[in-house]
Ligand binder design. Sequence first.
Ligand code: BEZ
Length: 219
Amino acid sequence: MAIRLGDEAPDFTAQTTEGEIKFHEWLGNSWGVLFSHPKDYTPVCTTELGMAARLKPEFDGRGVKIIGLSVDPLESHKGWEKDIEETQGTAVNFPMIADADRKVSDLYDMIHPNANDTLTVRSVYVIGPDKKVKLMLTYPASTGRNFDELLRVIDSLQLTANYNVATPVNWKDGDDCVISPAISNEDAKAKFPAGWKEIKPYLRITPQPNKVRGEGRAA
Ligand code: BEZ
């Protein structure tokens, strides 16, 4: 059955470049990003894995564990990782699932037969500490993903999990937010001491709550 936002992320046991993992146990209380690559030893995937490795400190800082997947065996992943280190200037510093039997790819519906019946598409699943799916992205094999966008969405997800705000078009961390329409002006007075600008009753702009003096980054 198709996975939808809000569903529990399916659990699995898999072989990875960092040993066998039980997915939910490996996630623990962290946020998680599970992302698939069509195939080992391919150019776009090589650049994506290099970028993900370089951005690992950014994911760590947000309490997010990242894990890649492709439908090739472990030995192939290990050989490819040497190339990634050589060409991208950084070693892969997160586990890669060896999904040669496509168990995880099938579980997460990562093979779209009308696009390609053997390789995965470029899927991204962001999973919350409650193990629920918070974001799904699906890119074709020919288009590398934008990992800055992924971090941007994680910032939004973590902010909106903790405050009654939503993030407007092209928002990035530190920008103004919109107050959730479900919050009355009366309740907003207590929740948003920095105030807000009411453009329409349903469009109220407020400074990002965890950037207002005295607040830290949302956990
Ligand atoms: C790539 O990662 O470069 C790629 C993989 C599969 C098909 C096309 C491109």
